[in-house]
Write a protein that binds this ligand. Sequence first.
Ligand code: NDP
Length: 401
Amino acid sequence: MSKVLIIGAGGVGRVVAYKCAMQPQIFSEICLASRTESKCKEIAKDVQRELNYQTISTAQINADVVSEVVDLMERFKPVIVINVALPYQDLPIMEACLKVGVNYLDTANYEPKDEAKFEYSWQWRLHDSFKEKGLTAILGCGFDPGVTGVFTARAAKHIFDEIHYLDIVDCNAGDHGKAFATNFNPEINIREITQKGKFYENGQWVETEPHEISAMINYPDIGPKKSYLIYHEELESLVKNYPSIKRARFWMTFGDEYLTHLRVIQNIGMAGIEPVEFKGQKIIPLEFLKAVLPDPGDLGSGYTGQTSIGCRIKGVKDGRSKTYYIWNNCHHEEAFKETKTQGVSYTTGVPASLGAELFLKGIWQTPGVWNVENFNPDPFLDLIGERGLPWNEEIDIDLEL
Ligand code: NDP
């Protein structure tokens, strides 16, 4: 019986609130806090009505300000905070955790606001401080990063003696009916996919122009989709934690229409993160763009199709070459039926709440700052299907890539 503080009331925050409320024996009380409290109240009302979970409260908070997070934590006294606000808030929330003595979990690594650059180093630096205080921080516990790390951990534990080649393949074959929309926070999403591509090969990072490398990849129940090599944050921790990896890449599908919109957005300067003067006020073009794009949390109604995300791995076992594919497919419509939001928020929120559950059960509980692959993958994979994201695996198949 434990209190959980959820920070962030977007699409992912909604799913986390629902999923925690569905396990009242684990999460006895929830406080949902965010910048705009009305969004928290709307989610809380749905949770109370649809799940008959009454011990949910809401709060207004600016999580960029450590003292505000500290005050809320001192009032509510959570055992763990699930941070599903934006990556900019990771460090202030972690700092507050250290001050008050609260455990931590997030789904995206820290990124400074004034530089489109994300990496784990800032958060890994807090390892000793968390360890000394006996607190656990679980980083990147969404789907990718998150389940992809757990999938890799399963491969390393049960399938291979050594992992040599890792390809994470992420397909969204859904249709939301809008001309252009992003499936999670537009600002973060556009910063992520307009940057240069990068993959790891033979001990080095190789940089590519944005979307320079592409391949047709066959996704289960979906078929072939053009997929682009992009840099994704879990590559950083996975090559560190599995030093036998010779090459690690991340592939994501984008439609032609999506890429055309993205190119125009960039060409006209709307993806910029430098402030510009507008009617006597400084505005950041990308923040303004976010204000006019569809809210990813509202895309769910009428969203059809499915996502498919998994790991394709080659390596050796008992001196013999082996291939392995492990994946999940998630239907947008089913996600919407359950939580009133689309599949990308769902595939992120379900693992986040399960990570927190395993922490509270004492299973994923080791003082320090950790990535998901540092924990035992078995209890997580035993439960994730029941929680809404069943997975499949195949051994010794032709992997295309
Ligand atoms: P949204 O933009 O829909 O929601 C973010 C929420 O955080 C909003 O409610 C927003 O408030 C709130 N917020 C922003 N700034 C602050 C602040 N300073 N203080 C308090 N609250 C704040 O994003 P999503 O729900 O789509 O995504 C949430 C997180 O999940 C992101 O970090 C994203 O990168 C991550 N993610 C991870 C994935 C994975 O697989 N690992 C996949 C998809 C997303 P307001 O409503 O006022 O704007």
